[in-house]
Design a protein around this ligand. Structure first.
Ligand SMILES: [Zn+2]
Length: 312
């Protein structure tokens, strides 16, 4: 019995050590360049490595086999070295392409990571509306819009960064993601909103009820981020649906958007703060400096603006 206890303790200690090791930054070999990309510090928990420790409630219980195997496998992967490249080659590539892009996006770098890093932090929501006449002066047509839609526009830096985002997304297997909406004027937002309210009223809702319901899905004119020219909707479905969240494409976009200066604006666990339902298709340009911080802090823009005010 004593031996079993000792063995169990040893295994528990080993598992804890492994969990500690695997929760550190993992270096993943880059298939294309042979260079390595060190993943940024992510604050989200890693349940696979933490959860299996729970079974050790008494000295008699041993850690399930698969836990040990799983953890060992991860360490083995971590220990694997990338194909040999000369030191100078690695250094040069790492400097030019620190985020491990598969496509050469160097021409887009100044847009994705703007020199004026605070220029794109405008917060627009029901509590912070923009006026009826608010219209950005640097709107540019998007190269990559869905063929069955009319031309879409975004502000220059957002438009260029989006181009880079979509190029890299395609290189990573998101072949059919396309833009369905970008800049919307006050009037076009009003048209969408009023049209939907009318449809709800035809279903029997009063005007007040219809407006209240619609506000959860669609921004009230003047309260839409799309009016800033910094927001974009993109997906690979016939229309924007939450089911998009379950696709590989949505997951890739959400995990990588910050590299291109974008954030997933309406997250599932932030609905109470943003007042909008989860929109896996809606991305907002803020520039990489802030996008990376927002991603790592797992904050919505409302929380982040407040965070900046409290941590100047
Ligand atoms: Zn949108």
């Amino acid at each position: 019995m004593k031996f079993i206890r000792t063995a169990a303790l040893l295994i528990a200690a080993f598992t804890l050590l492994c969990a500690a090791l695997t929760s550190c930054d993992i270096t993943v070999p880059d298939e294309t360049t042979g260079t390595t990309y060190v993943s940024p510090v992510i604050t989200s928990p890693t349940p696979e490595t933490i959860a299996p420790l729970d079974p050790i409630t008494d000295g008699e219980t041993t850690v399930p086999d698969e836990t040990v195997t799983e953890t060992t496998a991860e360490i083995t992967t971590e220990g694997t070295t990338a194909p040999p490249v000369t030191e100078s080659e690695t250094t040069t590539k790492a400097i030019e392409n620190p985020l491990g892009f598969k496509v050469d996006l160097s021409a887009y770098e100044k847009y994705m990571d703007p020199a004026d890093k605070d220029a794109y932090l405008i917060l627009v929501n029901p509590s912070n509306p923009v006026g009826k006449d608010y219209k950005p002066t640097d709107l540019e047509p998007l190269v990559d819009t869905r063929s069955d839609r009319s031309k879409r526009y975004m502000r220059l830096y957002a438009a260029m960064s989006l181009e880079a985002f979509l190029k890299e997304a395609r290189a990573n297997g998101c072949k059919n993601v396309t833009v369905t909406s970008a800049y919307r004027s006050y009037d076009s937002q009003k048209e969408i909103f009023d049209g939907d309210v009318e449809k709800l009223m035809k279903k029997g809702y009063s005007k007040e009820e219809a407006i209240a319901i619609e506000r959860k899905d669609t921004a009230y004119p003047g309260e839409s981020e799309h009016q800033t020219g910094l927001a974009v909707d993109m997906h690979n479905m016939s229309s924007a649906q939450q089911a998009f969240a379950n696709t590989y494409e949505a997951q890739w976009l959400a995990e990588n958007c910050w590299k291109f200066g974008f954030i997933l604006r309406y997250m599932p666990d932030k609905e109470d703060i943003t007042t909008y339902v989860y929109e896996p298709w809606h991305f907002r340009y803020v520039g990489r400096y802030h996008a990376q911080r927002i991603y790592e802090l797992h904050m919505c823009l409302e929380e982040y603006i407040e965070y900046l005010e409290n941590n100047p």
